[in-house]
Design a protein. Structure first.
Length: 712
């Protein structure tokens, strides 16, 4: 089954060998019982922040190298299963693309997957995943119960293993998998499947047998081939395209084939037949049409030295970084998902600004080290500055190696023993350095150095995008805050409270606005609106609309006239954006409200007897659509204590829920809490929207209550 173990001496030194065997055996039995071909068990680190892969069955450990150590916040099935305490089921490749795009990019094969949390009464211990070949629809309830019961058994085994083995020790090798049967039986099974030009590979891609004819076709001695991965012995097979076929067969557990040129001019056809114990390969001279097709489409004279696993690792990291919007997002993604993937314990992103280094973000370093980084000028002769200036990454596998290369370097005093210093180069210029640090000496393999070097470029590009995004957000947010009222005016006979809540997606700004205007003769006006868009243009247009409404209201125009003139102004400006709004004119002496509406949600009134009423205002088109549009006026009588509720649609819109249900829920909250103090009520109403995990729109709220205070 391809069981992965640490070396004998590592097990003996750390203990836990018997418990690991029990855990691996339990996983193997479970896979055989449910008909899955691959599975793995993660344990939770003592600090509860990282999942560490401890046992894997069915595939080589290198297939999951990017996920050896993952943050519990990472968007992958095992982390979701642990956080949510539920079975996560990914039924096919399309489902994987939709729900876990970064994982789908890294493993673009046809398989289904389940992940389950592993916990006991003593607490959380980790999570596990299971892989089936091809599409596998969500199972019925009894199968789910069976999986949950099997996971409970593994949870106890994982608990025993965690108690006997220290966390954080990384496996550095593997024992060769035990043969399924004696060699005669293995060879007999192979011959039964395919009769000519045959060889067999174990789950790690090593040849376990090759027939004389197969060796002759490959042009190599069986003694050199057996025990090795063919692409390490045969240079003409050392191409990611060919290795990818092997990975595809192992993960999807479906036959595949390809054609390759064996120098000088022999084209060979390879047919791969996988099973959970390995792959049987049939090798034959390729038909002429296959030769012609391959010669026309495959640039076989170009050698790509990078292993396929490394390429997929980079793709995974690149897709992860595309999720970052601001600089803090880049820092969080590097710390939460990329740092655990390499087993690092600390990270710092250093940005070059005005001749000095600025710490853009960090995780795991003590405060005094961060202060030291922040005091560095770009002329300092330190490894981190030199990596950025020269554009050459530096890898120090131990303190001895650091001092050998930089004899005058000051002791880092950061509690670390190995470092990777990655220059961040964007658009051909240095923008900073990424420092990854390890508590123990760390050997950087050639492949790991290549992946980390590529990662530096990816982080640099993400940082540049994020800095531009943050600059735009700061500009737009400052513009928006400057245009919204800082305080509502004090108006006799009227109590008011307002709240604004930005969205959680995009630039966290929008065009929602509100205003309360004191008018002469015991009157006042209020407006609430929503400009289309979430950007600087929307914020600027919001300011123009608010100014225009104030001017038209001060001129003595009625509600319908105010919206008519504002609409004409907006259509004349032709900004390419529309706006909705509700305008209210309040006669506080007569206690009458006159309202006009332009495509905006209807206001609500809470009456002192506890009733809540939707004011149905005959509205006109959105502002900015048609220049000659009328906006009818509706008059509503109010009494002392009545509460007028004006809001934007972000308060009642919930993704996946009908907007009428949102309006009903708002009315129910007003029925329950309408007699609260206005500030307390405003906080309670906005808190319900604030608790939404995803909020694509911003929210504005304006509460107006008529009081018994005399109106001059």
């Amino acid at each position: 089954m391809g069981r992965q173990f640490p070396p004998d001496d590592a097990v003996d030194a750390a203990g836990g060998g018997d418990d690991r065997d029990a855990l691996a055996k339990g996983l193997t039995e479970m896979l055989e019982e449910i008909g899955a071909h691959t599975g793995g068990v993660y344990r939770l680190s003592p600090d509860g922040q990282v999942l560490e892969l401890v046992v894997m069955e069915g595939l080589p450990r290198e297939f999951v190298q990017p996920w050896e150590r993952v943050s519990v916040t990472a968007p992958i099935p095992v982390a979701d299963a642990l956080r949510d305490k539920r079975l996560v089921w990914v039924s096919d490749e399309e489902d994987m693309v939709r729900r876990y795009p970064a994982l789908a990019v890294a493993l673009p094969y046809d398989y289904s997957l389940a992940a389950l949390p592993l916990y006991t009464a003593a607490g959380d211990h980790g999570a596990m995943f299971i892989v089936w070949s091809g599409a596998y629809p969500p199972p019925p309830a009894h199968t789910r119960d069976h999986l949950t019961a099997a996971a409970a058994v593994l949870a106890h085994k994982l608990q025993d293993f965690a108690q006997s083995t220290p966390s954080g020790r990384k496996d550095t090798g593997s024992r060769a998998p035990a043969p399924l049967t004696d060699p005669a039986d293995v060879l007999g099974a192979m011959v039964a499947r395919l009769p000519e030009g045959l060889c067999t590979m174990d789950v790690n891609g090593r040849l376990t047998y090759i027939s004389p004819k197969g060796a002759a076709l490959l042009g190599e001695s069986p003694l050199r081939l057996v025990g090795a991965q063919p692409w390490t012995v045969l240079p003409w097979l050392d191409d990611p395209v060919y290795e990818d076929h092997y990975r595809r067969a192992m993960i999807s557990q479906r036959p595949t084939s390809f054609v390759a040129l064996c120098p000088p001019d022999q084209w060979l056809a390879f047919d791969l037949y996988p099973s959970i114990s390995g792959i049987t390969v049939r090798i034959n001279p390729a038909p002429m049409e296959s030769q012609a097709l391959t010669a026309a489409t495959v640039p076989i004279d170009v050698a790509l030295p990078t292993r396929t696993g490394a390429i997929y690792h980079i793709l995974h990291l690149a897709s992860t970084l595309t999720q970052a919007a601001g600089v803090q997002d880049v820092v969080d993604l590097v710390a939460d998902q990329i740092m655990p993937a390499f087993g690092a314990q600390a990270v710092a992103l250093l940005a070059a600004e005005e001749g000095r280094l600025r710490v853009a973000g960090h995780r795991g370093f003590p405060p005094h080290i961060i202060q030291q980084y922040g005091r560095l000028s770009l002329t300092s002769p330190t490894p981190s500055i030199r990596a950025m200036v020269t554009g050459v990454p530096n890898f120090f596998e131990s303190q001895e190696e650091l001092y050998k290369i930089y004899p005058s370097a000051v002791a880092p005093d950061d509690g670390m023993a190995a470092w990777a210093l990655l220059p961040l180069i964007a658009s051909g210029r240095p923008v900073g350095t990424c420092v990854l640090a390890f508590r123990e000496p760390h050997r950087f393999t050639v492949e790991e150095r290549a992946v980390l070097t590529s990662l530096g470029g990816l982080i640099a590009q993400a940082m540049e995008r994020a800095r531009l995004y943050d600059a735009k957000v700061e500009l737009a947010r400052g513009l928006q805050e400057g245009l919204l009222p800082h305080a509502l005016p004090r108006i006799p006979g009227l109590a008011a409270a307002a709240r604004y809540l930005p969205g959680t997606e995009g630039m966290d700004i929008g065009g929602d606005f509100y205003d309360l205007i004191r008018l002469p003769d015991g009157t006042a006006a209020a407006i609430i609106g929503d400009v289309q868009g979430h950007n600087v243009t929307a914020a600027a247009l919001m300011g123009q609309l608010r100014t225009a409404v104030r001017a038209f209201a001060a001129s003595g125009a009625g509600p319908g006239e105010v919206l008519f003139r504002t609409n004409q102004m907006l259509t004349d400006l032709d900004p390419g954006l529309f706006a909705s709004c509700v305008y209210v004119h309040l006669d506080l002496r007569r206690r009458v409200a006159r309202l006009a509406r332009a495509g905006h949600p209807s206001p609500l009134v809470w009456h002192p007897d506890g009733r809540v009423e939707v004011i149905h205002v005959a509205g006109g088109l959105l502002l900015g659509i048609e220049r000659e549009t009328d906006y009818p006026c509706t008059e509503v009588a109010l009494e002392v204590g009545s509460l007028l509720v004006l809001y934007t649609d972000g308060l009642i819109e919930v993704p996946g829920t009908d907007i009428d249900d949102g309006l009903t829920a708002l009315g129910a909250r007003l029925v329950r809490d309408g007699d609260q103090h206005l500030d307390e009520l405003a906080e309670n109403l906005i808190r319900s929207a604030q608790g939404a995990r995803r909020r694509s729109d911003d929210v504005a709220l304006l509460l107006l209550r008529l009081t018994a205070e005399p109106v001059p």
